[in-house]
Design a binder for this molecule. Structure first.
Ligand code: HEC
Length: 97
């Protein structure tokens, strides 16, 4: 059996690493689980939060399309619609007139 202190040390190190890498949590809402599952793969969801200052619902739609078409995010149409609706409801600014 391994000495207990090794286990404790390993746990402490893992905790530190996790705390550092964890992205800011997304707002709770329909589709938040899908959005964090798919939008955390290449960058953290901080990108969503940072861009929520100026993206409208339409701009989010374009953003999700860009992630899929330009950057190759493996997201199907149905999932993309859920994510787009979630972003529009929680992270969009009103569209400019
Ligand atoms: C296949 C990898 C990948 C996935 C998955 C992905 N992105 Fe991105 N994303 C990128 C890359 C590459 C950039 C631009 C490079 C950079 O600035 O790091 C980017 C940048 C962004 C930006 C900054 C603005 C911009 O257009 O550059 C936003 C906002 C964003 N992503 C949102 C999302 C959302 C929402 C999802 C989930 C639907 C998502 N991303 C999933 C690769 C990805």
């Amino acid at each position: 059996m391994k000495p207990l202190w090794i286990t404790m040390l390993a746990l402490l190190l893992c905790r530190g690493a996790l705390a550092q890498d964890a992205p800011a949590p997304l707002k709770p809402g329909t589709g938040d689980d899908v959005a964090s599952a798919y939008c955390n793969a290449c960058h953290t969801s901080d990108y969503i939060i940072m861009n929520s200052m100026f993206l409208s619902a339409d701009a989010w739609k374009a953003e999700v399309t860009k992630m899929r078409k330009a950057f190759g995010a493996p997201i199907d149409d149905e999932t993309a619609a859920v994510i787009t609706a979630y972003l529009a409801a929680n992270y969009a600014v009103p569209a400019k007139p």
